[in-house]
Design a protein around this ligand. Sequence first.
Ligand code: AGP
Length: 588
Amino acid sequence: MCGIVGYVGYEKATPILLESTKKLEYRGYDSVGMSTIDNGIKILKGAGRIDDVHNRLNFHSLSGNVGISHTRWATHGGVTDHNAHPHTDCNDRIAVVHNGIIENYSELRKELIGKGHKFKSDTDTEIISHLIEDFMNNDKNLREAVIEASKRLQGLFAFLVIKDDDEKIISCKNKCPLVLGMGKTGNFVASDVVSFLNHTNKAVFLDDNEIAEITKDGYQIYDIHGNPINKEINYIDWNPEEAQKSGYEHFMLKEINEQVETIQKAISHDKKTIQKVADMINDAYGIFFVACGTSYHACLSAGYIFSSITKKHVNVFLASEFPNFSHFLTKNTLMIAVSQSGETADVLEAVRVAKEKGVKVISLVNVMGSSLMRMSDFSLVLNAGPEICVLATKSFTSQLALIYLLAYTCAGRYEEGKDKLKEVAEKVKNVLSPENVKKINKLAKKLKNKNDIYLIGRGLSYSTTLEGALKLKEVSYIHAEGLAGGELKHGTLALIEDGMPCIAIAPNNGMKKDILSNAMEIKSRGGYIIGIANEDNEIFDYSIIIPEVEMHPILMIIPIQLLAYYLAVERGCDPDKPRNLAKSVTVK
Ligand code: AGP
């Protein structure tokens, strides 16, 4: 899941590409490279983060108004300079940047080597430049060669191509995101609108098996048979400032602090729209929530929420496992696919499997125009704005808010649900109060040298423990495990040693007594109990007090988001770009 961007226009390409590629760095940051057309193909690339490689190589030394750029998340070939993109053909006349995985690259590589092609890298991507070269050697023009090459490729791919004597970019999309941007002084093609939002909000989202030819004065899209097709322009209502840090040290801290507004925005859909989705849920025969990572934890909460509010059973599946359970899907089944990016490969695959069975698909998604949004029968956007930090924070509480509103509407209590959620959004301010932030920062200093942190909760708080553990692991690299309080004595209690931190999530509800006795069991084995609760308790060695609300998962996760952030800062980890991760996982 790399980030790719191309620019062709009336301005020098590299300053624009550098700025745009930085905005895509959340998609992968193992290596970076650029290529422009300047009396032939010119390339600069290297392993490392953009700023380091730029300081080392100075991308501005590349001239030309046509260029392509890439920031990598390595899948095939080590993190080295020669595996960095762009990759070229045998004569360095064609340059390619690629996002995705070519599954049949080894047989294609053998075939091309058999034809005399010389490879310079260990990547799957280099196949594409040699395939295009091969078709051009058989009298195909650049666009035709790209189309023929794409027909030979299996897997997920979005790639951009430039050629030394052609002032244009050719792009090709199949199952990885690609969007065109029409600017005033030039045009863009990229993995994500955020990369060119400060130049234009006029975007054309490409679909699978579409090839686009982009010049400085316009673009033309073709289908896989080479027939020209027209597509509508979307006007993205995100303003570029939203994709900035706005004075915060990191996007993670900014996005955690945006949750007062984002929760309100998540429930700002008009009643008619929410009612339409609620009716689809009420009419369905079998409901399947499907997602990955943090979005999956929101779906887990949906299981509890729909059971208690609508007395309805909903199934919750990890998207990567869902295809194993597709045997009993019917056209009366409803899938609710949840994804911040709308590009997570396992979620898109689960949707494809469901659609083959005639299942209706509703999606809860944050990125407008994303693949999931366009594959769905109906889509509800989170309205959380761009989420740049790799860790999902504001999108999680927005997903929970929308799930609560849907459940209340299914139960015919829309107004009541909306009022309660507005109250919760206001209470976020208390959770983020300077006293609480100071207390959580102090706790991070206490825990920064710990190797393990456990989280226990019961009922809805069980899914909060899983999300909390994921946040701690992702960004501080401390091993963290969330578990249902009732499971403690069935094994994990054996791991508790003196001073081992355990976060007990203990809202005022019918399960509080049980979770406090679980905390006591850990404390009696030397555990250090951190209570996240509505009131203090003598069992707690350290406590973070949260306003009492019925929809407690939305508030209870925020102190853990902050703890994860401050632990990352204390341990010198990058809160926005954790190692080995990327914002949207576009490969299975
Ligand atoms: C969460 O912090 C992670 N970034 C990751 O688990 C993420 O939630 C998962 O990859 C799903 O992403 P999506 O919501 O964009 O589909």
